[in-house]
Design a protein around this ligand. Sequence first.
Ligand code: 4NP
Length: 154
Amino acid sequence: MKRVLFVCLGNICRSPMAEAIFRKKVAEQGLSDTITIDSAGTGNWHVGKPPHEGTRSILDDYQVSYSGMKARQVIQEDLQSFDYIIAMDAENIGVLRSMAGHQKTGEIARLLDFLPESDIADVPDPYYTGNFEEVYELVNASCDNLLDYIKKSL
Ligand code: 4NP
């Protein structure tokens, strides 16, 4: 069993989109019993809320389920209990690394590290840009490569 946690700032736009898209890909490959997926935010403003309407709308367009998803904040224990902690941007990585201190953690990486052909390193925040389609395209492409990477360690 491998555990994957997607992390952004608010856990209502980018990381829930990644969680939902990745869960669908994992299910399509018959790996739902082998890989578990969650998401969380470094901030606590939206705890308990469903994904942002922009995220819901684009997931509806692409027929990706986000049923039952609710925002939560990253907790210390996540850093050990997840094998892969996949952040949306450099700021998220900074928060995760400072939470971790010197403790051993799962593998912390930026999602777009898995999309080397992209000329940007951070997933743009659609909470500010309004561009949920751009986020979908980046997340969808990088999640294919992330899944290939994780499958090598199953
Ligand atoms: P996310 O977007 O990190 O992709 O979920 C944000 C959502 C909410 C806020 C910031 C970013 N906020 O400041 O409330």
